[in-house]
Ligand binder design. Structure first.
Ligand code: FES
Ligand SMILES: [Fe+2]
Length: 451
């Protein structure tokens, strides 16, 4: 448990708060690029700040304060110009650096515009997402994580706004054992209550024998031994990471991967991006646009959408309250990952307060060509047995959020084509996953007797 004061420090993200200051040192996704094709101006709220994201007619992105500095009309209704965004009320024009370029109605010889600025932040695109940086200069590089830059893959972006504090979402990612209940026994219960039978490969039926957590340069690695596996297997030797401070890596290599980004909208809302990547193992043409789709909290008949794994998580987080009361909780030994993550957040917050740089920032372009992250892999034959259809985190059954994606038919076709090629040989090689050794901040708990 934490004191109320520590909980405040852990969770609050607005300007000037300790955690808000730490989070402002990192890039965060705020939109899908394709959204700006339909509507070139999007109102966004990030870390408690109301902003507008726009693409001007030169194709450049801008991210500026939502109210116009003149008389506070919303720039959400602004007109994208060749350079910058023009306020709809009196036509003041602002560029992506926040400089005022024109004030059409002011006297012809006025120099007032040269003294008017609006708040402006950096925005950059990668892998179909628009990322924002709200921190001090010099900005670190926008990290080119493997899933964002690989070729021969298909991607999609599933988006939800979850009405709770971002730390609840993240703590869930350091809590491996919840999958046994929430996505196993609870899921079975929900399906049966709704008169449905969970498919044999639906839901999670693993038992954790041992869980462990390590630091690595980009965050924390989660390791586990599940019943039937050992410390020789990928789940332990490779694991998968939480990238500090707010990204979870999901999926099961070598075919199906994802990130879950948790961008704080404000203290009590989180922009959740389920970024899905499929690698069928055959050449894939680059997508013209990476599509995005909404992941609904409720089914069409108004019930909580609890048949879908990711939405089970959303509902668990939301039900903890807008900001979980950590002064009232009772942590067990299985919560060591949660505890370690909180300690890491506190430590990195203190570093920033002392004028030091927090972990994981990237400044070297050489390091940033493609940042390979650890990812446990399914044995190849398991993939073949599933007829190359991603069964976990994928497309085969309707307990996965990907069922809402507009491109799942295309994904199935690509895997069928890869399946056909398997018989004749010639699948593309899969990337090797880096392995990080067990480190000196390793923490482990043995949950079941070995064997
Ligand atoms: S309020 Fe924006 S130009 Fe006047
Ligand atoms: Fe979960």
């Amino acid at each position: 448990m934490l004191t109320r004061e520590a909980n405040e420090r852990l969770t609050r993200v607005g300007p000037g708060t300790p955690m808000g200051t730490l989070l402002r040192r990192y890039w965060h996704p705020i939109a899908a690029s394709v959204e700006l094709e339909k509507q070139p101006v999007k109102k966004v709220r990030v870390l408690g700040e109301d902003l507008v994201l726009y693409r001007d007619r030169s194709g450049n992105l801008g991210l500026i304060d939502e109210p116009c500095p003149h008389r506070r009309v919303s720039m959400e209704d602004g007109i994208p110009e060749q350079e910058g965004l023009r306020c709809p009320y009196h036509g003041w024009l602002f560029n992506h650096e926040g400089r005022c370029l024109e004030q059409p109605a002011e006297p012809w010889n006025s120099t007032f515009k040269d003294r008017v600025f609006t708040k402006a932040y950096r925005a950059q695109e990668l892998g179909g997402l628009v990322f924002a940086y709200l921190g001090p200069e010099p900005a670190p590089l926008l990290p080119r994580y493997d899933l964002l830059v690989w070729d021969n893959v298909v991607r999609h972006i599933g988006v939800s706004v979850v009405p709770c504090n971002w730390v609840q979402c993240m703590e869930n990612s350091l809590d491996p054992v919840h999958v046994e209940y929430l996505h196993g026994k609870f899921m079975e219960y929900v399906w049966s209550r709704r008169g449905r039978t969970l498919p044999a490969d639906g839901g999670v039926r693993m038992r954790h024998e041992k869980i462990a957590f390590d630091l690595f340069p980009y965050g924390m690695i989660k390791r586990r031994v599940v019943r039937g596996k050992s410390e020789e297997d990928d789940g332990w030797t490779v694991g998968h990471p939480v990238i500090f401070p707010n990204i979870l890596r999901v999926g099961v290599g070598p075919c199906n991967y994802g990130f879950q980004y948790r961008t704080p909208i404000d203290d009590t809302h989180t922009y959740h991006v389920a970024y899905g990547v499929y690698r069928p193992g055959i050449p894939v043409s680059p997508q013209e646009f990476i599509p995005y789709y909404d992941i609904p909290m409720r089914t069409e008949d108004g019930q909580p959408n609890l048949e879908v794994i990711l939405v089970q998580d959303y509902h668990a987080w939301m039900s903890q309250g807008p900001i979980a009361q950590r002064d009232k909780e009772h942590l067990g030994q299985t919560d060591i990952g949660v505890i370690m993550y909180r300690e890491l957040l506190a430590e990195q917050t203190a570093r920033v307060e002392q004028g030091q740089e927090p972990m994981g920032l990237i400044h070297d372009p050489g390091e940033n060509e493609c940042i390979a992250l650890p990812q446990e892999t399914m044995p190849y034959d398991v993939r073949l047995n599933s007829r190359l259809t991603p069964s976990y985190g994928g497309a085969r059954w309707d307990g996965q959020e990907a069922k809402y994606s507009p491109i799942m038919d295309q994904v199935r076709e690509l895997f069928a084509a890869a399946d056909a090629r398997t018989e004749t040989g010639g699948l593309l090689p899969y990337p090797d996953s880096p392995r990080h050794p067990v480190g000196d901040r390793h923490r482990a708990v043995q949950l079941l007797a070995p064997g």
